[in-house]
Write a protein that binds this ligand. Structure first.
Ligand code: MSP
Length: 535
């Protein structure tokens, strides 16, 4: 298969990791999914046809053991946890297109066809595997990577287990040079830069073949060439991305799966699973003679007291509780604004409340509210009849507003969500300053209605632009703002047809239609109070 068959610049396929179902989702899984949903929404806003993939990774020893400990069959266990994931995504307003479960029967067909291709290449062989295995990571570890007393460095309360068994191996070492050449040629493949460097230095040490079958785990697909082995959970799981590309009623073949959305544009993952995505996965695809994904972005960890939050450590936050207390937009906004995407960040509930009150309740919310009230009082509930395009470019808000669309678009493209929010807040803060300086209430008393019209118009237009640009992050609040400005847009309606022309128009400052009837002013975000500590 050739590269060019798959190139389609107006489509965009994005994935979250396929989450383990050892337990209900925690805030760490929610983090990646919020980011992926935000990217997907922004791509749709720009008029691209988007496929957002999420799902669950259900095979392997970790799941088998968890099910056993709960006295359930693995499948029963998986089904019940999957419901929890679906419910969380619904509560977080995640608009995924495909939910890929690795226990699905069409997935088995894809895995087996792929395995056959790699086998036919001569890239799989039987050998003896000896080493330390972390069941929570589902990964063999080098002795030098372990903490004292053979604890895993990621799951710091789990000891690794010694394994000495026959496994089938994938000839990763064969792809050393090809991978290195690929990283050089496609310098944007691994992001951010620090992760790229990590991978480059790992690969430079020399790649070793890795085992892709297990003899002691029943819960997995049988190896097509040897019924005594099941396929290693990671070999199976990475292919879940491919299975997800199949149209629901199409026959599960690689050719069908890869016909529309391949290659995937962006794999969003946490830094702990970087090697699988940036080294093993491209090598497997090379072996199967398939084009490689465009980009892998490894974000940092949400931490508590400096330690990765996770179920294994029991130091996690319950996302359901957080959403119930503060709402989905608040949760989405906080994690994307407060933690630079790519580096680790600690959670503090006090900080959470302060940020949301400052940016959304006081910042954007108050600004809209007080301006709308004036528009109701002075202009009969209508947007002042001004042509925004005629306002001078030196106008303090227009000056910021006209370049904001481009700045924010670039920030979204590089997944700098924090920068997106900051750039928008610069405009909101400038609005507050502008209102205080111009004091439209005094101008009104002095009968300077034309100036008041321009002041209110330019603030309302700036709030509109801010809401539009933040809509991938806080869609419900953006909807409320648009409705109060008299529009009927619904940023949660995926079926709305967007285009690059509509996008360019919407991100241009000065498009607010004069005389439009405004809605009633209502707080778009209620101030939060610290009620009690979560988790
Ligand atoms: N099943 C594999 C992925 C297979 S993809 C083909 C897996 N699952 S996981 O549920 O353990 O982790 C999924 C993702 O959640 C990873 O990207 C991981 O980095 C992320 N997070 C888990 N805990 C996290 C934090 N505390 N903070 C941020 N992300 C974290 O690995």
């Amino acid at each position: 298969m050739k590269n060019n068959i798959y190139t389609n610049t107006n489509t965009f396929a994005i994935t979250t990791p396929l989450y383990y179902v050892n337990d209900l989702p925690h805030i760490g899984s929610a983090y990646t999914t919020i980011a992926a949903d935000t990217v997907a929404r922004f791509q749709r806003l720009q008029g691209r046809s988007v496929l957002m993939i999420t799902g669950t990774d259900e095979h392997g020893q970790k799941i088998q053991r968890t099910a056993q400990s709960k006295g359930r069959s693995p499948k029963e266990h998986c089904d019940s946890v999957v419901t929890g994931f679906e419910s969380l995504w619904q509560q977080l307003n995640i608009q995924y297109d495909r939910f890929s479960r690795t226990t699905a029967s069409n997935h088995e067909k894809i895995v087996k066809e792929f395995f056959q291709r790699v086998w036919d290449q001569g890239d799989i062989y039987l050998s003896q595997q000896q080493g330390w295995y972390c069941v929570s990571c589902e990964e063999f570890k080098e002795e030098r990577e372990l903490l004292e007393d053979k604890y895993c460095a990621i799951h710091t309360n789990q000891k690794v287990e010694w394994r000495d068994e026959q496994n089938y191996f994938f000839r990763l070492s064969r792809y050393q040079e090809q991978l290195e050449a690929f990283y050089q040629e496609r310098s944007e493949f691994i992001q951010p830069e620090s992760r790229r460097n990590e991978v480059l230095s790992f690969v430079k040490q020399g790649l070793q073949d890795f085992s892709i079958s297990r003899v002691n785990v029943d819960w997995g697909f049988q190896l097509p060439i040897d019924p005594n082995h099941t396929i290693y959970v990671w070999f199976d799981a990475l292919l879940g991305y491919v299975t997800a590309l199949l149209d629901p009623d199409s026959e599960p073949t690689l050719e069908n799966a890869l016909s529309k959305w391949w290659p995937i544009n962006l794999h969003l993952i946490g830094k702990d699973i970087l090697r699988f995505h940036a080294v093993y996965w491209p090598a497997m695809l090379m072996s199967a003679d398939l084009p490689l994904p465009e980009r892998v972005f490894g974000h940092g960890f949400l931490t508590k007291d400096g330690k990765k939050m996770g179920k294994s450590l029991g130091n996690t936050l319950d996302p359901f509780e957080l959403i119930q207390k503060y709402g989905s937009d608040a949760v989405r906004y906080y994690f994307l604004k407060e933690i630079e995407f790519g580096v680790d960040g600690d959670f503090s509930e006090t900080r959470f409340i302060n940020v949301l009150n400052a940016d959304l309740a006081n910042g954007l919310g108050n600004l809209l509210n007080r301006t709308l009230k004036m528009a109701h009082k002075y202009f009969n509930g209508q947007i002042p009849n001004i042509n925004g395009e005629k306002i001078e470019v030196s106008h303090s808000l227009k000056k910021i507003g006209i370049s904001l669309g481009e700045e924010v678009t670039q920030a979204y493209a590089s997944l700098a969500f924090s920068k997106v929010c900051e750039a928008v807040l610069v405009l909101a803060r400038a609005c507050d300053k502008y209102i205080d300086e111009t004091a439209p209430w005094s101008l009104y008393k002095q009968g300077q209605l034309e100036t008041v019209a321009e002041v209110l118009y330019s603030v309302l237009e700036s709030v509109r632009l801010a809401a539009y640009l933040l809509s991938p992050i806080i869609p419900n609040i953006s909807n409320a703002i648009y409705q109060q400005l008299g529009f009927s847009n619904d940023f949660n309606d995926k079926s709305v047809i967007n285009s690059s022309e509509i996008f360019v128009k919407q991100v241009s400052w000065g498009t607010l239609p004069g005389n439009q009837i405004l809605g009633q002013p209502q707080p778009v975000f209620q101030r939060l109070e610290l009620i009690e500590t979560v988790a």
